[in-house]
Design a protein around this ligand. Structure first.
Ligand code: PHE
Length: 369
């Protein structure tokens, strides 16, 4: 016989409460999932040391989506219907969060994304998705920030764009950068595309070289960006690159090997931040993982903390009650900045600009919204 559709979103009973995390623990951007999972685990561990949530022990179940949107959707359904999680954490990549969003909504289970910056993740057309939240800034902001930096600080006016057509984040960021850059008098002299997983970018780079831009904007993920930069140097392209948070992984430098020196990217967090909240977190994180946290470890930690704070404040541990509490999140002191959730389920946060020097990212500026 066919089993009945399970009721989801009901209040948790018993002495444990489950949180599900979905991330790319393997695949082309495995660092994203591994880092958020490390941050998430630390947050849960600290919560359990403080007597859990409403006296219940917090249990975490992480599923690997291998970097595939279809797998992220399958994992979301599984965590909700089989594991009965009260909250979903994830994803990093906007394309994968977009694949999960309607599942969270239809099952009345709140989803908190750590790093998905595409506006559509929390807003579908002009409708805010009732159960989907994020704790990071949006790409319209990140694109504007870099377009301003390029025109005002670097005083450049001719830029080429190289974007990933299979990646909602990349497409969005390219568009937002272009809009602001052109409004400020800049000219996009070439626009080329690639698809994640590709390894040879020489054709696109040769076309770009022919247009002689002063800078190349690549809103992509570290896996491709590092290869693009190396191949550009092999082709004799000497101009700097610029990009966004997708660059932000230690793996970028392992592959780039100095080819990104003199380039810039916008992101959410810098370990150079001297604030005690940041430096304290780095110490606690290092004590467990023996390495300093990267941006996604920080965002993963903050997403879990924001979710658990809402769970603690919720009138009961049901999907709708946790959702209501998430909407009331105000001035939550995160490591990546304070989080106040607005009417569209987004926080308003500052961005940092990093410069790559000697194959390392160096804090350059903070940009307030
Ligand atoms: N913002 C990226 C996206 O939406 C993901 C990302 C966040 C990558 C933070 C690196 C650091 O797809």
């Amino acid at each position: 016989a066919k089993s009945e559709t399970p009721t989801t979103g009901a209040a948790t009973t018993g002495d444990t409460v489950w949180i599900g995390h979905i991330g790319s623990l393997s695949g082309t951007d495995a660092v994203f999932g591994q880092s958020t999972d490390n941050g998430t685990k630390l947050a849960v561990e600290e919560q359990n040391k403080k007597n859990g949530i409403k006296g219940k022990k917090v249990m975490l179940k992480t599923l690997d989506d291998q970097g595939k949107p279809e797998e992220a959707a399958v994992a979301a359904t599984r965590l909700i219907t089989q594991d009965k999680v009260s909250v979903l954490l994830g994803e990093v990549a906007s394309t994968r969060s977009l694949a999960m969003a309607s599942i969270a909504d239809s099952n009345h289970i709140p989803m908190v994304s750590s790093g998905s910056t595409n506006p559509r993740v929390t807003k579908d057309g002009d409708k805010t998705r009732p159960y989907v939240f994020r704790i990071c800034f949006l790409d319209n902001f990140a694109g504007t920030v870099m377009a301003k930096f390029v025109t005002e600080n670097l005083k450049l006016t001719k830029v080429a764009i190289l974007r990933d057509v299979g990646n909602d984040y990349s497409m969005g960021l390219a568009q937002f950068f272009r809009e602001t850059f052109q409004k400020r008098g800049g000219e996009i002299v070439a626009e080329q595309s690639f698809k994640s997983g590709e390894q040879d970018f020489k054709a696109q780079l040769t076309a770009i070289k022919g247009k002689n831009p002063e800078l190349i904007y690549v809103p992509g993920y570290y896996t491709e960006v590092s290869l693009i930069a190396r191949q550009a140097r092999e082709l004799g392209i000497k101009q700097p690159f610029a990009g966004g948070d997708g660059w932000d992984s230690g793996k970028l430098y392992e592959v780039a090997k100095g080819s990104l020196d003199g380039s810039y990217f916008s992101t959410h967090y810098s370990g150079d931040d001297p604030s005690p909240t940041v430096q304290d977190f780095i110490t606690r994180y290092k004590a467990i993982y023996n390495t300093p946290p990267d941006t996604l470890a920080v965002l993963g930690y903050d997403a879990a903390k924001v979710a658990m704070d809402a769970m603690e404040r919720a009138t009961e541990l049901s999907g709708p009650a946790i959702r209501d509490a998430l909407e009331k999140t105000k001035d939550f002191k995160g490591v990546s900045g304070n989080v106040t959730i607005d009417g569209d389920h987004n926080p308003i946060k500052s961005a940092v600009i990093m410069t790559i020097e000697q194959n390392k990212a160096k804090y350059t500026a903070t940009v307030q919204p």
